[in-house]
Write a protein that binds this ligand. Structure first.
Ligand SMILES: Nc1ncnc2c1ncn2[C@@H]1O[C@H](COP(=O)(O)OP(=O)(O)OP(=O)(O)O)[C@@H](O)[C@H]1O
Ligand code: SF4
Ligand SMILES: [Mg+2]
Length: 378
């Protein structure tokens, strides 16, 4: 018999996928569009009052024509108040989708939060499950209480409006009783706060008239306009050179202290994490595989993937013939195996690794790892 080509989808399979997607999307969209969602469905309590966000077993899927992309597949971690949590992992491992789920900005209708919860402690003391909150309440949270600095400042700023117009809009939308005059004053104050020298001039400029570093500062000003509780920074320095990168990171740290906020910092760059984060979450193929405080992760990395990530980072004053790289590729998020997702790339794999996906083991009260090497009986 002729062997089936890997990744090939027959017409019949394709029709079944489309039918399944339609059913799923209809179900989740109907749930979201209900008129009167009872409070008991979305008001909840935090597991630990010192946290501002608690992700619990979050699953966010995309129902695509090639199958269900399990972009975030059972993610659990906390963001403690007044701290910086760094999220690291290879491209495509679900970092951005996790943060977009927290703002309910996942691309609908194909992208849906299918299960799990995201508990958020609001400024008014209420605790909401963001995964279930009605959109009217979400409007008062996103932008005002949780704001985001996006991965690419040029595509996030609208090229046809001035910086001032776009900044004013944030105040007019989220600050009660804001007038055109007060919004303008606030925008200029924010531009000065993020270190833009000619704030009045930049206020009147269009995005294309600014340098990359200035655009990123404008994005930060926009995100901080409403003094948010939590700032999500998705690769805030990727598009910048190292000097500007250092300035932006200093600025973020300084503003976090000033506003007493927390930061969820998403990056590929372990150097940035070491410098900025209090806690580190390592993600791989839509799952958290290791989490702990910054000292635990850098001094005692446990998961073979984390060890590989740290080994592949160049070190000044250490001469190597060839930089380490983790062999192989991340498995497809459409077709994930039942066993450890890292098994096909792991040099430390043992017999047990062909069995079921590893559970978390606590190496210390704050350090957990999902790998069979640390199973209690081992
Ligand atoms: N709108 C979408 N439709 C379908 N699949 C998507 C969509 N957005 C993201 N994905 C898939 O979800 C997975 C996770 O993507 P995500 O953007 O979270 O990765 P990431 O970890 O942020 O990567 P990077 O470091 O490159 O930004 C990827 O497999 C991606 O292909
Ligand atoms: S569970 Fe096994 S295959 Fe997976 S990372 Fe640990 S040792 Fe490697
Ligand atoms: Mg991303």
């Amino acid at each position: 018999m002729k062997e089936k080509k890997q990744g090939y989808i027959s017409f019949k399979e394709s029709r079944e996928i489309v039918k399944y997607n339609k059913q799923q999307i209809r179900y989740y969209e109907k749930l979201k569009k209900r008129k009167h969602i009872p409070e008991s469905e979305y008001l909840t309590t935090m597991r630990d009052e010192n946290n501002v966000v608690e992700f619990e077993d979050l699953c966010t899927y995309f129902f695509t024509d090639t199958g269900t992309v399990k972009a975030v597949n059972g993610v659990s971690f906390d963001i403690p108040a007044h701290s910086t949590v760094g999220v690291v992992g290879e491209s495509g491992c679900g970092k951005s989708v996790t943060s977009l789920s927290l703002l309910r900005l996942v691309q609908a209708p194909q992208g849906q939060i299918v299960s799990g919860s995201i508990r958020y402690k609001a400024k008014n003391g209420q605790c909401y499950d963001i995964a279930r909150v009605p959109s009217s309440i979400m409007e008062s949270i996103s932008g005002k209480e949780i704001s985001m600095i996006f991965q690419e400042p040029m595509t996030s700023l609208n090229p046809v409006f001035t910086i001032g117009y776009q900044l004013d809009e944030v105040s007019l939308l989220h600050i009660e009783g804001a007038t055109k005059q007060s919004a303008r004053e606030k925008s200029i104050e924010m531009l000065e706060l993020v270190g833009i020298a000619n704030a009045e001039g930049v206020y009147k400029s269009y995005p294309h008239e600014l340098s990359g570093g200035m655009r990123q500062r404008v994005m930060i000003a926009m995100a901080l306009c409403c003094q948010p509780n939590l700032i999500i920074a998705d690769e805030p320095t990727t598009a910048l050179d190292v000097t500007i990168q250092a300035q932006i990171l200093d600025l973020l740290r300084e503003l976090k202290e000033k506003l007493d906020s927390s930061i969820m910092l998403i990056t590929h760059d372990l150097g940035v994490i070491a410098e900025m984060a209090d806690y580190v979450v390592v993600m791989y193929a839509g799952k958290v595989i290791e989490a702990g405080n910054v000292f635990e992760i850098f001094d005692n990395p446990c998961h073979p993937y984390t060890i590989g990530l740290l080994k592949s980072k160049p070190v000044i004053n250490k001469k190597v013939d060839e930089l380490y790289c983790i062999r192989g590729r991340v498995p497809s998020a459409v077709d994930l195996p039942d066993y450890c997702y890292f098994r096909d790339r792991c040099d430390m794999c043992k017999e047990k690794c062909a069995g079921k996906y590893p559970e978390f083991t606590y190496v210390s009260p704050t350090h957990k790892v999902a790998c069979h090497l640390y199973d209690k009986e081992a």
